[in-house]
Design a protein around this ligand. Structure first.
Ligand code: ZN
Length: 413
């Protein structure tokens, strides 16, 4: 087993599933602290003297620049140590398998059903060469390549840099953060103490991915106030809040929903609706890559509420919009050299880079908004948040080479 694979398997075995029901504390799961402490200790053993894990399970550590690269900006490398709560992640037991005849046999479950990976459930499986060895599970838990593949790759990079001072690199700031999967991201990371001038998250999918565009994101809570009365004597009096909610939703363009959109197309998504005749609440999210179109969507929802109130002659509909994160692209405009160097590093390692706009957010979106430009790189895994998650062994190994190339490119003063 190569060192990065050994690391990955070891980290994947540790339970670090974030807990959405305990999101008020960081980490949401105390087990995240164990992995954080392990990583900090391993970094110190490599020679990263200031490596530490804090009480919130943030691991940070710094490497000074190689000889001659002291003038280059300090580069951050960021991954997350938690795994998704979307599937079982207790007792993860990584195993090795191969892609044979277009299938990866994961295992047979207690009820006799076998779990396989094939083109039917994994559209990008064509990117994996026939015969490739992968790390997966038996299909009863997720693997946690999101993002422990990234953690293992960055750890192995640091091990290489510490062992061979002749490898060029700028000053590096390393961060492994908890609870990314429950929206916590790097919110408790003290950027001043972290000291990075620019950064990458290593948290993407199949090898070669580079992301510097994300959605703009807002959540919208629409509240409807009705007037309830016995239905038998309701004429001219009852105002049914549930029908107000229906009317509101019908005023939004039905073809601009997640199930009808792709690429850079934005959407309105109704993800919660509850209520009675007396009152109802509809919960939406708005997503759009384009800034102007994002603002238009927010205005449309507010004007539907205003029009309804006008027609009703009373303020019965209220619309509360909360911005969540911004498209990273705007903050990246003067830092596109980070994307260009990432492409060059992939090319140099024989991987065709693919720049993909994310239909979601990344940790880097928030960091870029906070002033730390931070595109995202592939970690190498497939089928994130699923029991069919796997990562090709070659991708883990090649990503360490890609990162080594990349820090070499960033070492230019
Ligand atoms: Zn992730």
């Amino acid at each position: 087993m190569s060192p990065v694979v050994e690391r990955f398997v070891r980290y994947a075995r540790m339970d670090t599933q974030s807990d959405p029901d305990n999101a008020a504390s960081t980490p949401s799961n105390d087990d995240e602290l164990s992995l954080a402490q392990t990583l900090a200790q391993e970094l110190r053993q490599m020679g990263v003297a200031d490596a530490r894990a804090d009480e919130h399970a943030y691991v940070t550590g710094h490497l000074t620049a190689s000889a001659g690269a002291q003038g280059a900006p300090c580069l951050g490398l960021i991954c997350h140590i938690d795994v998704s709560p979307d599937a079982c992640a207790r007792g993860v037991s990584p195993r090795f398998a191969r892609l044979e005849a277009g299938r990866i046999e994961l295992g047979v479950q207690d009820d006799g059903t076998s779990v396989v990976v094939d083109a039917g459930n994994t559209p990008d499986l064509a990117e994996v060469p026939e015969g490739a060895e992968v790390v997966c599970t038996d299909g009863s838990t997720l693997l946690g390549a999101d993002d422990k593949a990234g953690v293992a790759e960055v750890m192995e990079l640091v091990a290489r840099l510490c062992a061979d001072p002749s490898i060029p690199h700028p000053a590096l700031a390393i961060c492994f953060a908890p609870d990314e999967e429950i929206g916590h991201g790097c919110s408790l990371l003290d950027l001043e103490a972290f000291g990075a001038d620019e950064a990458y998250t290593v948290d993407g999918g199949p090898i070669g991915e580079v992301n510097y565009e994300t959605f703009n994101a807002a959540s919208v809570t629409v509240r409807f106030r009705g007037r309830s009365i016995h239905p038998g004597s309701a004429k001219g009096v009852m105002v049914n809040a549930l029908h107000l909610a229906e009317e509101f939703d019908a005023a939004l363009p039905a073809w601009e929903r997640p199930e009808h959109t792709q690429g850079r197309e934005g959407f309105y998504h109704l993800h919660g609706l509850s209520g009675t005749c007396e009152s109802a609440t509809a919960r939406y999210i708005i997503r759009d890559h384009d800034d102007a179109s994002f603002e238009r969507r927010k205005r449309l929802m507010q004007s539907v509420a205003e029009l309804m109130n006008e027609r009703l002659g009373q303020p019965r509909v209220s619309c509360e919009v909360v911005d969540e994160y911004r498209n990273m692209a705007r903050g990246m405009e003067s830092h596109m050299d980070l994307v260009d160097d990432a492409r060059s590093a992939f090319h140099a390692c024989g991987v065709e880079p693919r720049v993909i706009p994310v239909r979601g957010g990344t940790d880097g979106a928030q960091l870029t908004t906070r002033g730390l430009p931070c595109p995202n790189l592939s970690a190498g895994g497939f089928n994130f948040h699923s029991v069919r998650e796997f990562v090709p062994v070659r991708s883990l190994e090649t990503m360490v080479d890609v990162l080594e190339r990349l820090v070499g490119l960033r070492a230019r003063a």
